[in-house]
Design a protein around this ligand. Sequence first.
Ligand SMILES: Nc1ncnc2c1ncn2[C@@H]1O[C@H](COP(=O)(O)OP(=O)(O)O)[C@@H](O)[C@H]1O
Ligand SMILES: CC(=O)OP(=O)(O)O
Ligand SMILES: [Mg+2]
Length: 408
Amino acid sequence: MNVLVINAGSSSLKYRLLNVERQEVLAKGICERVGSQEAFHKHGLDDNERVIDAQMADHDEAMALVLESLTHGPTAAVSSLDEIDAIGHRIVQGGKYFDRSVLIDDDVIAKIDELAELAPLHNGAALMGIRACQKHMPGKPMVAVFDTSFFQTLPPKAYMYPLPYELYEKYAIRKYGAHGTSHRYISERAASFLDEPLEDLKLITCHIGNGCSMSAIDHGVAVDTSMGLTPLDGLMMGTRCGAIDPAIVPFVMEHENLTGAEVNDLMNKKSGLLGISGISNDLRSVREASENGDERAMLAYDMYSNSIKKYIGQYIAVMGGVDAIVLTAGVGENCDKMRRMIFSGLQPLGIKIDLEKNKERGGERLISTDDSEVQIMIIPTDEEYMIARDTFDIVHEKIGVEGGVFVD
Ligand SMILES: Nc1ncnc2c1ncn2[C@@H]1O[C@H](COP(=O)(O)OP(=O)(O)O)[C@@H](O)[C@H]1O
Ligand SMILES: CC(=O)OP(=O)(O)O
Ligand SMILES: [Mg+2]
């Protein structure tokens, strides 16, 4: 079975085409800066990657480019779209409706649409991906894999907000979390790397990219996470502010003469690293500026690492200890300086980073000292693999498309 995985981000569209029986990646790529003048499309396997300058006004146009490059010209991986058997889509917000991955039908599409206000940067983009696949590959089975479903195990004391209870009853206002597919993957991989059952471990998982979230996974069960009703809550991020005093919202509305939607936009798109540094949402640019003495870039860097450090403390308290802290995503996997800052000063908690190991590059690895009571690990995330796995399982079970068994 050939499964196409679509991971639509706010400004990007990542994809991967896999053959399940052969466990082979046939093609992969990313469209970045979708909707801007600087949009580009990277397509191909690691040793044969091409960067194609391309204009794409939105995710619909990006999808058309992706499907074209999968089937035509020097980048083709299959001779026609008929060779794609199923499609798996990453959906950030599944809200109260979805506690697992599901086959996509009209009702599922309507619910993803309804939930778009709870993931303003993501669900709309994912819907464009779904609709483009319906247009170009009508009738092909599609599966929705939700970022939120992994956190459906949270206890009420973690997912409820101390607001009037009626708001929960009326609108299902509660914490849903996000990045669950990534947290699920890195927790499974971390247990396997440590050669211990996941059920025996207390883990803190940190997905630190453009979007950032952390979770407490106690004996294999997610018990808390930093993102909330929407992916705006929790940690400071590339363009998102994370948790702030809620009274700031009406204050800014009044003093800046903004609507609720405009403040929401300001907190989602103009805050975080970008808002504080005034330079970029990309940590690489903020790092460079801070090393050149830019004070606001230094402040942004400090605030970002401090925000992560505080959640480590919280989650140790929530679980009554921690065996391993697992880092992933663009920053977690690549930025040694940020990792050094996050873990500095945590020795009294039994958490000791090895500064030499921290500088090394590689795949799954430990960066704590040999005598650290808590292991610090880097596990490169693989949301696409998890989405392909769920897609295969569901399509196989529900419609019985012929195919091999998806083995790890
Ligand atoms: N070498 C690096 N040093 C510092 N930051 C990096 C590095 N490589 C990637 N990043 C950061 O990772 C972010 C993207 O992470 P990623 O997980 O791909 O994000 P998302 O999926 O949220 O778009 C970039 O914005 C950049 O800040
Ligand atoms: C939920 C979320 O923030 O996703 P991403 O990191 O891909 O933007
Ligand atoms: Mg991401």
